[in-house]
Structure formats: C-alpha cells, structure tokens
Design a protein around this ligand. Sequence first.
Ligand SMILES: Cc1ncc(C[n+]2csc(CCOP(=O)(O)OP(=O)(O)O)c2C)c(N)n1
Ligand SMILES: [Mg+2]
Length: 800
Amino acid sequence: MPDKNLSFDDFKAEILKDYSVAVTSRECSLLGRREVLTGKAKFGIFGDGKEVPQLAWAKAFKKGDWRSGYYRDQTFMMALDLLSIEEFFAGLYAHTSIEHEPMSAGRQMGGHFATQSLNENGAFKALKDQYNSSSDISPTAGQMPRLLGLAQASNVFRSLDNLTHLKHLSDSGNEVAWGSIGNASTSEGLFWETINAAGVMQVPMVISVWDDDYGISVHAKYQTTKENISTILGGFEREADLDGYEIIKVNGWDYPELISAYNKAGKLARLSHVPVLIHVRELTQPQGHSTSGSHERYKSPERLEWERNHDCNLKMRQWIIQQNIASDEALSDLETDIKKKVREGKNKAWKAYLALHLQERDQLIALATPLAAKCTQPDEFNALITELKSNREPLRRDVVSCSRKIQWLLRDLPDAEKKALYDWHQEYVNFIEPLYGAHLYSEHPDKATNVQPIQPQYASNAEMVDGRVILRNNFKALFEKYPEVLIFGEDSGKIGDVNQGLEGMQEIFGPVRVSDTGIREATILGQGIGMAMRGLRPIAEIQYLDYVLYCLQTMSDDLATVRYRSNGTQKAPLIVRTRGHRLEGIWHSGSPMGGILNLVRGVHVLVPRNMTQAAGFYNTLLKSDEPALIIESLNGYRLKEQMPSNIGEFCTPIGVVETVKTGTDITVISYGSTLRIVESAAHALEGATEISAEVIDVQSLLPLDLNMDMVKSVAKTNRLLIVDEDVPGGASGYLLNDLLVRQKAYVHLDSAPMTLTAKAHRPAYGTDGDYFSKPSFEDIYEKIYGIMHETDPVKYPAIV
Ligand SMILES: Cc1ncc(C[n+]2csc(CCOP(=O)(O)OP(=O)(O)O)c2C)c(N)n1
Ligand SMILES: [Mg+2]
C-alpha cells in the first residue's frame, strides 16, 4: 500500500492519480493503434495490459536509478513524468525534433524509451538527481547484458572511495538498476546469462518479467519449461547462508500487492545489493501484440474472455470502487476527461509534427511555381506541383521527391534561372540528412579523432622488453591516472590475463578494478556498456578475437547504436580489449575483421601492429568519450619492443595510417600481425631485387585513413597490394573499396589492384596448418614480385 503516514485523503488522491496514469496510458495505446491503422503512423507496439504493475514500479524507482527495459513500459515512463501524451504521439509519428520527441528524435519506433544523460557538450549531467532510462533496443532480451552493467556500477561506486570527482553520477552506489522483459523473451540465452552473472555478482538489479503467457502468437508452453519462469528459477533463490536471488511472484492486476512487492524489491536491492526477480503474472494484451496483427487469430474465445476479465486497469477500477475510494460515476467522469485530454494531445502532436513539413512544402512551391513557364515540359511540371499542393499531410520525402523530379525537368534551363531553387534544395537536404544520420560517432569536443597524437619517447638506454610488459606498465599508469578505469574479463584478475598484460595489477588496484568474470562474453560486454553509461571507464576484455562472436550481437545492436539511437543524448565510451589474428587452430587464429567491421559502425576498430601502438590507443581512448574495440596482436606479447619513457602518456592517433617503410614501386597495405610479415618480406625483396615497396600500417580500420594518406602513396608508386589474414573479400575488400571509391586510387594505377588474404576456410592447426591457410612470408614475397614481373618481365623474370 502507499505510504502509511498518508492521510486518507492523500491516500485516495494518490490512488486516483495512479489510476489516471493507467487510463491515460491505455487511451494512448488505443488511439495509437488507430493512428497506425489510418496511416498516420507506420507501426505501433504499446503497453496496454501492462499498466498497473508499472505504477507500482514507478513508486519504488528513485532519482539516480536506471531502467533497462523493453517496449511495454510506457506507463512507467508516464508515471514518472518522463513521457507526456504529446511525446508519446510524437514518437509514433517519428517527429525528428528532440524537443518534441525526447526518446530518440524520431529514430526509434514508438515504445523505445530513454532519458537524456548528456549536456550540450556531451558531458554527463547530474545523473544521480534524475530518473534514468538507458535507451531501449528491439532485439528481445538485448536489454539484459546492459542491465547487469548498470547494476554493477552501483557496486563499484559503493566500493571505491576515490571517485569523489564523480559524485554527481552516484550517491555512493545506492542506485538500483531495474529491468523489464517479456515472458517469452526469457527464452533467450542473454536472459539466462545475465541472471546467472547478476546472482554471482550480487548486484542491485530488479528484473520484472511481464508475463502475458504469449510471445506474439506463441504460447508459454513452447517458451518456458513448466510454463513458469519463477518456478524454474527456484534454484537461484537465496538461502540463509547462500547468496542468490529474492524471487517474488505477484499478479499483474493486484494493485496493493504490486505496491508491496516493488517496495520490498527496491529496498532489498538498494540497501543490501541483493538481486530480485519479480514475476508479474496474469497480464494481458487487450489489442494483441502490435499493430501488425490481430490476436483473435491465435487466442481462443475462452482466453480472450479471460483477458477481458483480468484486464489490470479494469481490476484496479473494481478495487477502487470496492474500497470506497471513488464511485463508478466519478471514475467514468475521470475517464471521459482523460479521453478528451489524450485526443487533444494527439492532435497537438500531429500538428506540431506536420507544421515544419507544411512550411517546407510551401517554400518549394513558392520557388518552383514561377519556373513552370520556363520548363520545356510544363504539364509534367505542373502536375508535380499540383500533386504536392494537394497533399495536406506531406512527408519530407514527398517534398524532396517533388523537388528532385522538378530539377530533372529543368535540366535545360540556364543555371542562373534555377539557382534559387537549387540552393534551397541543397540547403534543405543539408538540413535533413543529419536528422537521420548524425551521432553515429561523437560530435562533441572529446571525440576520439580530436585527441592529439603524442609520440612515444625513448631514453638513450631504453630497455628492450617483451611487448606485454609495455602494455602492463601502461595499464598501471592508466589505473593510477584514472580512478574510474576498471578492467574485467576471463582470467583478467588473479593471473593478470592469459598473456600477463595485467600481471600484478589486481594486487595493486584490488579486485573491484581488476577482476575475473565467468565465461560469458555477451554479459562481459554488457557490464561494460552499463558501467560506461553511468560514467565509469570500463575496459571489457574478451579473451580471444574468435570469441567476440559471442558478444557481437550486443556490440552491434547495443554498444554501436547507443549514440545514434538516442540522437546523441546518451553515450557508452566502453573500450573492448581483445587479442587475435595468428595463434593456433580454427578458434584461436581467426581474423573475422570484415564481419566485425560491417556490424559495429559506431564503434572504433583498432588493429595495432605491436604493444606500443596498442598502449597508445588505450591512452588516446581514455582522453575521449567513444567506444572502441582494440585487437592486440596475439603473437606479439613476447616480441621485444623498446620501453618508452612516457608510458601512459603517448597517444596513437585514431583514423591515421602510418608508413612503416618507404618505397617507390608498389604500395603494400596491411595491419595487425600480418603487417610484420609484410614488412620483412618487403625488406627481403628490396635486398634481393631492388623492388622498393612502400608498406603502410592501416592500424585504425574504423575510422579509416581520415587524411587519405594511402592514395598519396599509390599516386607515387602506381601499384597497390592489400594483405590481410581475413577471408577473401573481408577486410581487404573493405580497404579496396575505400581506396577505389572514396580515395579514387584507380586514377593512379598502372597495374591491377590486388589483394592477398587467408583462404576462405578457417585456419588449420599447427605450423603447416597456418602456413597453408594464411598469407606467408613467401606468399607475400611472390605476390609483390609477381605484380612487378607483370609490369616488366624482362627486368623481373618469373621466379616460380
Ligand atoms: C531477437 C529477436 N527475435 C525476434 C524478435 C521479434 N519479436 C518482437 S517481440 C517478440 C515477442 C516477445 O514476447 P514477450 O517477451 O513475451 O513480450 P510481450 O510482447 O509479450 O510483452 C518477438 C518474437 C525480436 N524483436 N528480437
Ligand atoms: Mg509475452
């Protein structure tokens, strides 16, 4: 029940306020569906049938807390004043103004909620003083890994006492991370992985399962063992002397029981950092799953009848009357008022959405109309204008499409006569494109590409050490410099990672900052995303590059889209550390760079050739606010490098290639561990044949060669070879595309551009397996020579 200290009048008022929110939310769902069916909005997925538990949740949710949920949570957002009626409809219409549509400025379909974490400079606001919702994603259970990190951040803030410079972000770790998930989505692996990890880690996480017995049309009997998620989670329950979960079961229509359930869950999680699962049962879907279908197709008449009788809003209404809190008539009056308010809000949102479009349409018509007389096809021209004029609800597409077609018809007109129209069109397109394209990467001052490079410096007697020692010493310097940096992964803690790049760090910096995790790559990534969203600087370690595939979905769908999907109002500057390319066997030697590159636009992808370059990337990234994947070269930890004297300070630039050997005959481009072989093959070739190859280390695949230095080399050598150990057409295809299309290298080429890659199959085990699967020294030597032989067979006679 509500607060015991309330007077009966206040108690009544609070309940009626809650009921009003539930009814408002329901009306939004009902009208929302109609907006889709009449074509004003494209798609609708709503929170009807899930209203009442969310009222209880909102009561337990405090400032500083975080939500990581899914598309049913509109009532929760409304109860906390985070979503108004107008904003709800603005989302449905895809209004591109962040002021009108604060969830994503129209990028996300309705039902995907967020709050704004950043100020205009891209720095974090005082997150502890506001309600926080991490921006939703659509893949079912995709919200779970991030939820773990949001909760873990409270443990970190509670455990570390040197984070006073971040006190605007957390009140000593007293925040709870609240998740929501549909019953059917608990079938996903991400759900189970997160549940287990949160139980192990004992983080303040409360996860609600909204159980309506269905996942679209598929009944619980196909989803969940025993058709009951809380029953089968029984083994996770805590015991007197064993940590685990508090599991609460409650019916979704039982307002007073829900309030006590959420109250209890909030307290337990907040005070004792015990994870809680609330199984909210007997929920319904009054309008079915979404606007895409109708649930009459798969629910029996008995089920539909049951749903009508168990509608949580109806049950709450009956309870209010039964408790003498309000009469049937009074509630009817209230409902009538709310219906009117929602209709008005909807109309206002539609008007606001349309206002700019109409203005833009009229500008085009005003500029274009006088040109009709000068057009050689006036009928077609006028037809286009008439069609646009008669469109009373134009989309921007309609305006731009008309403008483009008009320009086609004006191709014979002298430029001067159509200049005003053309200028307007260009300006219009320049205005629109960022509305859909901005914020893939940071557009704030501390973006990674703004960080100034700093060269490593060497004392005259600088020691030659194993590469891993440079990394380790650099991490140590970073842990000292940034108290908010922490690293975690499989074997990262006690033994200091499988290659000892973190040797001794746990002893110095403690198990909160340098920690071991279970074998669970997706939630390791989620820990990083959640903690980065809360202002910590996590480094998530994925043991081997081949296992990035386990967390690639989370990296692609969640991490890579954080800024984009929130229209730049949230960020997760997570560094993902991994090691890869060559070692042994099918699953420790892969280099699936093409796949990764194409799936994580929004994350920087860096492939340093040695540990000094790698350390420099960590230093750069920690000065910036962007996420990145750093792939250390797996066979480079024991190679000797000179120890720099400015450890922790030198910065490898992002998006800048490096010429590691100059040459005049051919440009050879590579990265990572292959680069070393390319370098030695190029030197050997020069010694033996005088073929002078210029070798370029790409080192930053995303972003790639911002200064277009690669083409400058091709302009000099007129020949191009790209070498890597990905499959044919993988990252080599990506590099070639950039060189030919963006950098226009083809104009300089005297020979066909070539690639040399690994074979299409996975690399086989053993030295011979490696030799016959990946480009070898001899392969590279012969390939370069072969290109020169083709150019001048007399000077370079065939060698094989
Ligand atoms: C990974 C993934 N697979 C499939 C879908 C399509 N999909 C969207 S919602 C949904 C059903 C979810 O059911 P449930 O978790 O019970 O939530 P409810 O909609 O019933 O509240 C499915 C299959 C998706 N969004 N993501
Ligand atoms: Mg469901």
